[in-house]
Design a protein around this ligand. Sequence first.
Ligand code: ADP
Ligand code: ASP
Ligand code: MG
Length: 465
Amino acid sequence: MKLIMKFGGTSVQNAESVRRAVDIVYERYSRQDRLAVVVSARRGVTDRLIACAESMVTSRDADEVADLVTYLTEGHLTTLKEVAPDFYPETSEIIIRRIENLRDFLHAVYHLRELTVRSRDYITSFGERLNAPLISAAFRQRGIPSMVLDGCEAGILTTENHGDAIALPAGEARIRSRLEPVIEHSVPVITGFMGCTEKGVVTTLGRSGSDYSATIVGAALDADEIWIWTDVDGIMTTDPRMVPEARVIPRISYIEVMELSYFGAKVMHSRSIEPAMQKGIPVLVKNANNPGYPGTVIDGGEKKDSRVVKAITYIDKVAAVTITGAQMVGRPGVARHIFSLLAEHQINVMMISQGSSEANITLVIEANQVALAMEALSPLKERCVFRDITANEDVSAVAVVGSGMAGMAGTAGRTFSALGKAGINVMMITQGSSEVNISFIVRQQDGPRAVKVLHDEFNLMNDEG
Ligand code: ADP
Ligand code: ASP
Ligand code: MG
């Protein structure tokens, strides 16, 4: 069997979890599976890298670099010594050299007072680049032949949109030619989250991007399966941190997971399903702390499911931008103008609703893009294409997801009457044309309760629908 395994930040954060990851890989290696492993940064490292890089230009406290260096050195080397004592000398040297390289780069950002999107990607890629040598050494310590490849060396080619890059099809042949020979005799450890442009500039694939790295590699290698190891038993009916009764979904379709992750379920990166879906490769989501549990299988969903609604997801903070003005009524092309301006500014529109009177259009966007959206649309206001533009930033987005909704009457009715009974005011509603989700926005303070009410309404805590 050809398998890609991805270990998330919590599954490789200390010696104990690294040993568990090694056990998991060893088990498949000894069955003669061909394997490639994708690793994330240790838990919390990417956040620290971003915070330090930003403070070089904001608070400009150069001591933060020294703190970061200590944190990275102690964390990685302590674990390394425990999990790979025989390989400590050469591996610690690699890690120390990389940390020095990072330190010098952060100092350059400090002196230049400029953090470009390129520099930011280069800096954030260090989380994975420090962890991969450690994991690979732990494999060797257990007798598994292994080598390290960064995302670029592994052949992951991406677009140039830094911080949220997309894999290019041209990378596929490159990944194949670089990895196929390697997996015949060893288990490569590939740094997740990172790729590079045609010119070799480092890019990152967006937060949680290691999931995406795993499916890009899996699709290129025509893997039999892709296994995502994380810290929960699988994809659940909702975020278990919010609703403790949330239950693991044994089987779910690619489309449903895409909708879930797009609407905030952090368990998978939103773009990571696409490569697997294109090749029809099953993705398994499993708990590295409980590897015997079957987890969730994501596949084409050919088998019909009796459940209409599979899961509820939510994004805690979004913004609703409302454009109003009678000038828009019956005037063709207004929406085109609005969307092309937003696209030019790289603003992603998550939801759209337009009243039938056409006197207003509401768009839901990421909360941190409000100022940019206002600026992007101001030329239209100046040209009197509309009268006013307002933003409400006290908003959460909720989505009810399930492919059984398609063609089944009544889900929307049940959703909104349950919310009505609970006294939750729905500010805007959209239903995707795929009919796999119904999404809506509520006041931020009502978000968690809306999720709980719907989880109860659709009886998601029980195995039987
Ligand atoms: P990793 O570091 O392994 O990539 P993440 O923290 O990115 O892990 O994702 C796993 C977390 O996603 C879980 O701990 C859980 O709290 C959260 N989560 C949110 N929504 C869901 C969901 N529907 N099913 C499972 N986990 C979810
Ligand atoms: N380390 C990156 C992040 O924290 C990518 C990942 O963990 O998947 O977002
Ligand atoms: Mg993740």
